[in-house]
Design a protein around this ligand. Structure first.
Ligand code: IMP
Ligand code: MG
Length: 198
């Protein structure tokens, strides 16, 4: 194991889901989606960046004809999201009117971001709009959302890996785990210094 890799893995205090567990669950989800969406020519829509690894792995197990597209949103505080303030920084390239859309999420926490995005997409009159999330934190939910496909329930913990970040780090970890407590303090501190140009 090289130095960088050892450092990345050292930041993890507990592994919640291994690479194999995630792979097997995605295979099961894809089987259901292939069956449910055959003859529907769906569009898989994801929000960057957290979903990029899940989308890549899921799509390679999808064997029906489909399209894929991405949205990107700016980061806002919990308070702003609660007021429904989520700014699209990249919109879809493909029109979704009359199309079957499957919204792919990495993790749903309060549900505020997804709620905003679903309302935005619904206004474009898709034929159907459903949600598939790899991870869900049901105990943190502030708004009820319809979730058709779910990979795993999570406890109320902050997780990283498999595309999920903490201050843009740890997305490359192939499994999902919790960060060691001191990493939280250290990273927050470094990020503030970076922003201040120190
Ligand atoms: P929500 O609006 O509270 O549901 O926030 C959802 C977004 O917050 C996700 O798409 C992630 O980008 C981020 N997020 C929520 N929980 C976690 C976590 O445990 N690790 C990393 N990112 C998370
Ligand atoms: Mg997300």
């Amino acid at each position: 194991m090289d130095k960088l890799k050892r450092k990345t893995h050292d930041a993890i205090s507990q592994i919640l889901f291994t690479e194999d567990q995630i792979k097997n669950r995605i295979y099961e989800l894809a089987k259901t989606v292939n069956e449910d969406y055959k003859d529907k020519y769906p569009i898989f829509v994801g929000v960057l960046k957290g979903v990029f690894i899940f989308m890549a792995d899921l799509l390679r197990k999808i064997d029906i004809e489909c399209e894929v597209d991405f949205l990107a949103i700016s980061n806002y505080s919990n308070d702003a999201r609660r007021r429904g303030v989520v700014r699209l920084v990249k919109d879809l390239d493909i029109p979704i009117e009359g199309r079957h859309v499957l919204f792919i999420e990495d993790v749903i926490d309060t549900g505020l971001t997804l709620n905003y995005l679903l309302r935005n997409l619904q206004e474009r009159s898709p034929a159907s709009l459903e949600v598939c999330t790899l991870f869900d934190k049901p105990t943190r939910r502030l708004i009820e959302l319809p979730i058709l496909y779910k990979g795993f329930d999570l406890p109320d913990k902050f997780i990283v890996g498999y595309g999920l970040d903490y201050y843009e780090q740890y997305r490359n970890i192939p499994y999902v785990g919790t960060l060691r407590a001191e990493i939280f303090q250290q990273s927050a501190c470094n990020s503030i210094k970076l922003k201040q140009g120190l």
